[in-house]
Design a protein around this ligand. Structure first.
Ligand SMILES: [Cu+2]
Length: 487
């Protein structure tokens, strides 16, 4: 099993690399404004980045040589008041390809921990063209994680969310779907400092939550999904999203209609259904690298096992989110409020079918019981000490359903369940080192360690002081359009 995964991980690398090589000659021409040469990604460049003119030479040089990677699609697609492309005209099609493969040894500590070799990976293909005085973009993002991760996903102590074989995933981060994004976006400027945008995505991200962890500069090279993923940014893979947004100078307002269900167990397929959920977001983009957002979503039946409407509220503050600085930090809060206020979302006795034939083993109590809501706090940061050395870290404080953590499975219909919420703290520290081996491919190696704090009565299931670790190689290629000065 593990050997097969290593083989498919390597195959994933080759497959993506093929894409990278194909896309390489199609790098966009440099914008008219002076930016460092594309090859200056991590080496000091003498040409200052355009937005650093007002700062000292030393700072400009520092920024162009030490900056963090981000792959925020809203920036790439121009879903921002100011155009990161700087109004550069593109009469033809411009195609950009970028991606990441991480080959990981993952060892989660304690009696509930597992160990595995796995690969986390994605590739993004982005094409854009001028249209009707604005810009039209197509985005395709894929991941081979359904083949390169264990079937249940990546072992991660205290992680919950989604299912396998109709049982909840516990201590496991689900693999991402093969289709992570497929979207069409139209952006039109309103004067020099404003814009509106519309997007339709058979697979995409509604205007809800912060930039997903894997695209954030503040995540650095951290290969792990936050424990609060399912209360903050889990809607980043949503099958069916329509979004409109408008922004002026430092503020933008966006709204989305989308399908609430989280991806199902088949990670290769395309899912469809009614756009039954809605969200709204206000984003601020402040001077000196600061940004933030608040958003609210009403999500219908996100979790298969716990039907019902979830009201999600998120708020976040970010520094260095554009990946144009050596330091990026995010503080994120998420809250999932159960519209049923934690009461059983479906009474077993109302099921029309005999229980054994019921398509879903219905939970007696929602994981949000008994308070009716769960909360998720996160602080994370990454710092580029030198152009080739990075430290990253994350601290989390999250609500978890105790019964799931203890039994690792869903209660059987009719079985009494404990409904206590337990608060878990987790802290991760990691270090990453880049090597320049192959031109055009960024290679490096990293490792991290995670430690946890939880109530003593859980020692029997998690042990005294579990420590979890990742050791990994990373390959990365390409960079987003219009961000040559940032990468
Ligand atoms: Cu995810």
């Amino acid at each position: 099993m593990a050997t097969r995964r290593i083989t498919s991980s390597l195959a994933a690398g080759l497959w993506f690399l093929g894409g990278a090589i194909l896309a390489a000659p199609q790098e966009p021409p440099p914008p008219a404004s002076p930016t460092p040469a594309a090859g200056a990604e991590q080496s000091a460049s003498s040409a200052p980045a355009p937005e650093t003119h007002s700062h000292g030479d030393a700072e400009a040089q520092d920024r162009s040589s030490r900056n963090l990677f981000q792959s925020d699609m809203t920036l790439m697609l121009g879903m921002t008041p100011r155009d990161p492309m700087g109004g550069m005209s593109m009469p033809g099609w411009h195609i950009m390809d970028m991606g990441v493969v991480k080959l990981i040894y993952n060892r989660q500590g304690g009696p509930s921990g597992k160990q595995d070799f796995e690969s986390l990976n994605w590739n993004m293909l982005h094409a854009e063209h001028d249209l009707w005085g604005g810009r039209f973009s197509l985005m395709l993002m894929n991941s081979l994680e359904p083949a390169t991760m264990p079937r249940r996903g990546s072992a991660e102590l205290f992680q919950e969310g989604e299912t396998l074989d109709r049982q909840p995933l516990v201590d496991t981060q689900h693999p991402h779907d093969f289709f992570m994004n497929l979207s069409a976006t139209y952006r039109h400027s309103l004067g020099d400092e404003g814009a509106y945008w519309v997007q339709y995505a058979p697979v995409g991200e509604p205007a809800l939550g912060p930039t997903a962890f894997m695209h954030r500069a503040s995540s650095g090279e951290n290969p792990t999904a936050p424990l609060g993923h399912h209360g903050q940014d889990s809607t980043h893979i949503t099958f069916g999203v329509a979004t409109v947004g408008v922004g002026w100078r430092w503020i933008s307002i966006e709204g989305s209609a989308f399908r609430g269900a989280e991806p199902d167990e088949n990670r290769w397929n395309f899912e469809s259904g009614k756009l039954d959920s809605a969200s709204g977001r206000i984003k601020l983009s402040l001077p000196h690298g600061w940004s933030g957002q608040v958003s609210f979503g009403s999500i219908r039946d996100p979790e298969l096992l716990f039907p019902g409407v979830i009201h999600r509220t998120t708020a976040s503050i970010h520094y260095g989110a554009e990946g144009d600085r050596p330091l990026a930090v995010s503080l994120i809060y998420g809250r999932d409020h159960d519209a049923g206020r934690g009461l059983p979302s479906i009474a077993i006795s109302t099921s029309p079918e005999p229980l054994s034939l019921s398509p879903v083993p219905l939970a007696l109590e929602h994981p949000n019981a008994p308070r009716g809501f769960t909360e998720y706090w996160l602080i994370e940061g990454a710092y580029q000490i030198t152009p080739n050395d990075q430290v990253y870290g994350r601290g989390e404080y999250v609500d978890r359903n105790l019964q799931l953590l203890v039994t690792k499975r869903n209660p059987l219909p009719g079985q009494p369940v404990g409904v206590s919420i337990v608060r878990i703290k987790a802290v991760t520290l990691g270090y990453f080192r880049d090597f320049d081996i192959v031109q055009g491919l960024k290679t490096g190696i990293g490792a991290d360690l995670t430690s946890y704090i939880y109530p003593d009565y859980m020692d029997f299931i998690y042990g005294g002081h579990p420590l979890s670790t990742h050791v990994f190689f990373r390959f990365r290629w390409g960079k987003p359009h219009g961000m040559d000065h940032m990468m």
